[in-house]
Design a protein around this ligand. Structure first.
Ligand SMILES: NC(=O)c1ccc[n+]([C@@H]2O[C@H](COP(=O)([O-])OP(=O)(O)OC[C@H]3O[C@@H](n4cnc5c(N)ncnc54)[C@H](OP(=O)(O)O)[C@@H]3O)[C@@H](O)[C@H]2O)c1
Length: 217
């Protein structure tokens, strides 16, 4: 299958959590990591998140001028089977194009920068990632940055649809048995489903550590 290069980027605490126990966001990245993240966005054709991230964090998903001069604004992609994206969400503002990926009809009226694209669903009723990635490739998306949340990252990993993974680990503990981690979803059912990674690089970044992994398929 022809698909874009897929890069996961995520910031977590030392206990692997990526948000507060309430699922609301908190600042995990240090200033240097934020700068790295904006450069990664600038170098990507598109940024992808799941609908829950839009509903809980209301991210803009753009590149800030403060970090990248004359930034390229990647296309923002939201996996949103039932078109729950609010018409006033920051991720649909006119600063960049947004593609909302649904599995059914969407009667909401968004501005002209927003396109609603229908995709097939998988056995769990979620957007079928292979169908999605083929469509993205055909639309000239050659580098896709997957930013979360936990369910989306899990599904990309579980389907072996990942090339590089960058994880910034901050020296903080959040705790909570239901706090989102980098990869939630169903988890593996048996040991032979373990997802193996190779460490490409590990370095200190500000007060934390940046890991660069590749997925071993
Ligand atoms: N620290 C970080 O780097 C970071 C970054 C981003 C998010 N977060 C955190 O992540 C949390 C949200 O994660 P989440 O797991 O609740 O939700 P999510 O991954 O943002 O969104 C999951 C939803 O996306 C939709 N979806 C459609 N197709 C999908 C597919 N193929 N695979 C996966 N999802 C698909 C589904 O909803 P429908 O069935 O309605 O379509 C699914 O329930 C928030 O707490 C947020 O703060 C942290």
């Amino acid at each position: 299958m022809k698909r874009p290069k897929i890069v996961i980027n995520c910031a977590m605490s030392a206990d692997g959590k990526i948000a507060l126990p309430t699922k609301k966001q908190l600042r995990i990245s240090c200033e240097k990591d934020i700068e790295r993240m904006y450069k990664l966005r600038h170098d990507s054709d598109a940024i992808l998140v799941g609908i829950n991230t839009i509903l809980s964090d209301d991210p803009k998903l753009t590149v800030k001028e403060k970090y990248v001069k004359n930034p390229h604004q990647p296309i923002r992609i939201i996996l949103d089977s039932n078109c729950k994206t609010p018409v006033d969400a920051l991720a649909v503002n006119t600063q960049a194009k947004t593609w909302i990926i649904t599995s059914g009809k969407c009667n909401k009226k968004f501005k002209d920068n927003v396109e609603i694209i229908k995709c097939e669903t998988d056995a769990e009723g979620l957007i079928d990632l292979e169908d999605l990635l083929e469509m993205l490739y055909n639309r000239e998306i050659k580098t896709l940055l997957v930013e979360g949340g936990s369910t989306v990252i899990w599904n990309f990993l579980n389907n072996g649809l990942v090339d590089d993974i960058y994880v910034y680990m901050a020296p903080i503990i959040i705790g909570g048995s239901k706090t989102p981690t980098m990869a939630d979803g169903e988890g593996i059912k048996s040991l032979d489903e373990l997802i193996n990674l190779e460490i490409v690089n590990v370095k200190r970044l500000g007060p934390g550590i940046l890991f660069h992994f590749k997925m071993i398929i």
